[in-house]
Design a protein around this ligand. Sequence first.
Ligand code: ATP
Length: 502
Amino acid sequence: MAKASQSQNTMETIVALCKRRGFIFPSSEIYGGYNGFFDYGPLGSEVKKNIKDAWWKDMVQRRDDIVGLDSTIIMHPDIWKASGHIDGFSDPMVDCKVSKLRYRADQLFFAPVIVAGETIGYVSVLEDKGMQADAEKQAEKLKRKLSKQGELAPIELKDYTQAKPEEYPLIPSPETGEPGSLTPPRDFNLMFETHVGALRDETSVAYLRPETAQGIFQNYKNIVDTGRVKIPFGIAQIGKAFRNEITPRNFIFRTREFEQMEMEYFIAPDDDQWQSVHQEWIEWCQNWLKSIGLPEELMGIDVHPQEKLAHYSRACTDITFQFPFGEQELWGIAARGNFDLTQHQEHSGKSMEIFDEARKEKYIPHVIEPALGVDRTFLALISAAYHEEDVEGETRTVLKFHPRIAPYKVAVLPLVKNKPELVEKAQVLYQKLQRRYNVFWDVSGAIGRRYRRQDEIGTPWCVTIDFDSLEDDTFTLRDRDTMEQKRIKEAELFALLDQQID
Ligand code: ATP
């Protein structure tokens, strides 16, 4: 039996496993990679597809009140004017003039170092779960270097957007450790620009969408007019989004090209109704994450304080996840009022009102928006699934993916490869399974080694065809998590897979 799993899920081990087993590769690797872009390999593309399929099934196909959409990535640029992205979709950026590195000002933290009431200098760190300890270490070092005596005041970190102009020249660059090279923060628009048509001037500028949501709002009238939707109803979309992030980091957590799964849920503009619908969606999202295998104890909730909300926003709650590098947003659930539709009505001149048969009134609906990243979900799932276990003195690496998410559902392993009737029997089963599931075929190596290979890529079950199988038509079914083995008939195997996978 395995001893208790150890939590070895550091980013380095996960990144290395992803590369080694073909889940994720850095994009353009033969040219040295391209910062903020990643490719999904044979196993990664399966996991990613499984995440999207599970979301689509549960969010759209298994509900009566939500319909799907697949809109374009490049849309009329006026959409981004109306939505506020051209004027306001920016992050504060700061440059280090010496190292030429660029940081997000809200991810660069600083603090004065105060000894016996006197400010002797500043320290700076980049946002990270160990940043407080790191800043304290730097402060001690500065105190020693300047031979200051007396008590060091507690280090109170603030982000660079809160620095006063007179502090900019005093705050050291995180790269060089020296003050004087950081610029004041300035806004940097995150949208990627391109040009549409043969002429390249300011009239041909277009943008790669930074979110899928606006595709939903600009199609909302089409769907109301052609579908059978009635308030409350939702429109869901899965698709690529692009953000020229200043500091893409933490592997696939923050990238410049990623995929979103967004849904706009349209409701009547009641003052008291939106809170309960918002709450219902938060709970739905939490349950969905649990249903695909995220442990509850690694999830949290971050309610945005009123003063940090955009002017139109009524509330925003994030479901957070304890990634190996710290607790961060996974899924944002926002109550956006009727801001987007009102803006599109104003800018397009087209009415966005709906006639509510039940209430016999006309209005612009309000929305609740759960917005989730596919790639971030992938990272959460793989870091939760990663386990190293001590099995009879050896370390086994196992990805405990939920069967719905696992790239392969089952591996078919003929016990030996030089016994034609055994291999043939295994092939028949393999081909039958393949019609329904993604199945792995492996004939080479000792059976124990083959089991380990499947553990490492998260295959929930292995089926071994041995000499007894030729006699009694049963197979050995081996469970990934318990490593237990039992004899099973073909019909039982299909029933088990059917029940466990979905
Ligand atoms: P953050 O504060 O982390 O930049 P956000 O609040 O801007 O994220 P939203 O605009 O609400 O994010 O996007 C919805 C979801 O899309 C996020 O919860 C996240 O899962 C995903 N997402 C956003 N930006 C990125 C990115 N650069 N890379 C990968 N996923 C992202």
